[in-house]
Write a protein of this length. Structure first.
Length: 504
């Protein structure tokens, strides 16, 4: 009887704890809707009120997480007899709680207010091609994030502390090893491609393509892929992104009338993010088990759909006739020409979101090195444009002429998101590892060619999406692929694909 009574007490303790965490999660989700609104539809004059609203929600969320009652629940459940799912929930909340309780509420509120006010300043600086407009705010954000890292772990590398905000279970050393391997093994391939005499059909999609017709086409593609419109929507934003929950996972894209491929790949990329979110367990909403497993895994899903589906020959066999129906001027384009155009390697591209699969990682390495230097204090904010441009010249052989196409091109720093960029390359690497494992069980190309995406989606739901945060990142990777995280599959994939394309 005593044992039963103890179990009942623990169950009641866990239920009270879970109710508290669900309320905390909903406050954060509400803030997410306000951020989406700010970046997509809010009138420009709304910033002063929106910054206060987000700051207030940030403070409330922080106070709910760090309240003594949350700590009491966690302490009571530390050695309780919990099942696997309950243990995972406690583990995830404990990690958040320990970080949050080390940071004063006033600092959290100040960071939230500053990032909300930073967005319009970054946007104006980019529009006016003037880094000095954004520089003072960036300097403030760097100082605030250093202070944040100091509170979380005064003995650790501050950049490692910030990186752990986005990827807590793959440490910075792992990220550094992956980026080093990519730099060492991809640069020779990129150099060989630059020296290649291969004549790819790089101009297959040249012309002017009206924005409304592009939007109609990408909506058709989302239909084809299986986007759940009952739980999502498509809008435009200066910097495409996806956000939301399994009940409301929205995507944004952008259109350039001279570049229909850009809108297509951007939309498919964000679809990958959204379909991961939509695939999270409905019955776990409000708990860590109903949330995605950090950014490297999230990025693996977007890069899987963008590159391992959307840039394949099989995909172009399926989608080119539909594109030609929307744009009859493309009727003479062949599948092979479309495939080549979608996979060309650029030697003169300065923009990360427009980069090809290979040079993309050089863009990430540059950002990784610049923001590491910023956070460590080895680089002053005023020197960012020059150092940025020098690194582009060193790594890619090109130099930005403007701040807008240089250090102002990304929105991340205006969000205070230092440590975010490495997860893009980690996600690309993981996408290749998942793809290689999936192809041992499924004929992926045949399914894509026939427009049968349900099997692919079911596979990802079973091996990735449906777990939420049940596993840590490293455990999830082993669960999904049968082996530890490795960059070898991406390097092999890149060498085989682009070696064949460019005959190198």
């Amino acid at each position: 009887m005593a044992t039963d009574a103890a179990a009942e007490t623990e169950r009641s303790e866990y239920e009270r704890f879970l109710e508290r965490i669900q309320r905390y999660t909903n406050v954060g989700n509400a803030a997410g809707v306000l951020r989406w609104d700010q970046e997509v539809v809010m009138p420009e004059g709304g910033t002063p009120a929106r910054s206060q609203q987000l700051s207030a929600l940030s403070a409330v969320s922080h106070e709910m997480l760090t309240d003594e009652e949350t700590g009491d629940h966690l302490d009571a459940l530390e050695d309780a007899d919990l099942d696997q799912e309950q243990t995972a929930v406690v583990r995830e909340v404990r990690r958040e709680y320990d970080r949050a309780t080390s940071v004063p509420t006033e600092l959290v509120e100040e960071i939230s207010k500053t990032t909300s006010e930073a967005h319009p300043k970054w946007k104006r600086a980019k529009e006016e091609d003037d880094f000095s407009i954004f520089a003072p705010t960036l300097e403030t954000l760097v100082e605030l994030k250093r202070e944040y890292a100091e509170h979380v772990d005064p003995d650790a590398d501050p950049y490692a502390v910030l990186f752990a905000e986005y990827e807590p279970y793959l440490d910075l050393g792992t990220a550094d090893l992956v980026l080093t391997q990519l730099r060492e093994e991809l640069v020779p391939l990129i150099d060989d491609i630059a020296d290649s005499d291969a004549d790819l059909a790089t101009s297959a999609f040249s012309g002017q393509f009206p924005e409304d017709e592009q939007e109609s086409f990408v909506r058709d593609v989302l239909d084809e892929l299986g986007y759940d419109w009952e739980r999502g929507r498509l809008d435009t934003a200066p910097h495409p992104f996806s956000s939301g929950t399994q009940f409301d996972a929205r995507v944004t894209t952008r259109f350039d009338e001279s570049d229909p491929l850009g809108a297509l790949t951007s939309t498919i990329h964000e679809f990958g993010h959204a379909t991961y979110t939509q695939g999270l367990p409905d019955d776990q909403y409000g708990t860590p088990l109903g949330q995605s497993r950090d950014l490297s895994v999230h990025e693996s899903q977007s890069r899987f759909w963008e590159n391992h589906v959307g840039r394949t020959r099989a995909f172009w066999e399926l989608i080119l006739p539909k594109m030609q129906a929307e744009f009859p001027e493309l009727n003479d384009v062949t599948v092979e020409e479309a495939y080549e155009a979608a996979n060309q390697v650029y030697d003169d591209n300065l923009i990360r979101v427009e980069a090809d699969e290979l040079t993309y990682h050089m863009h990430i390495i540059i950002r990784y090195e610049v923001e590491q230097a910023l956070i460590s204090g080895d680089l002053d904010v005023e020197d960012v444009p020059e150092v940025w441009n020098d690194k582009y010249e060193e790594y890619l052989g090109i130099r930005p002429d403007t701040d807008a196409e240089g250090c102002l091109q990304d929105i991340h720093w205006s969000h205070g998101s230092f440590g975010y960029f490495p997860t893009y390359s980690l996600g690309s690497v993981l996408a290749a590892q998942i793809d290689a494992t999936m192809r041992e069980e499924l004929d992926v190309d045949a399914l894509v060619r026939d427009g049968e995406f349900d099997e692919i989606m079911d596979y990802l739901n079973e091996h990735v999406h449906g777990h939420g945060c049940l596993y840590t990142t490293d455990d999830l990777i082993e669960e999904a692929t049968g082996e530890p995280f490795t960059a070898d599959y991406f390097v092999e994939y890149a060498e085989e694909k682009f070696g064949e394309l460019y005959d190198v």
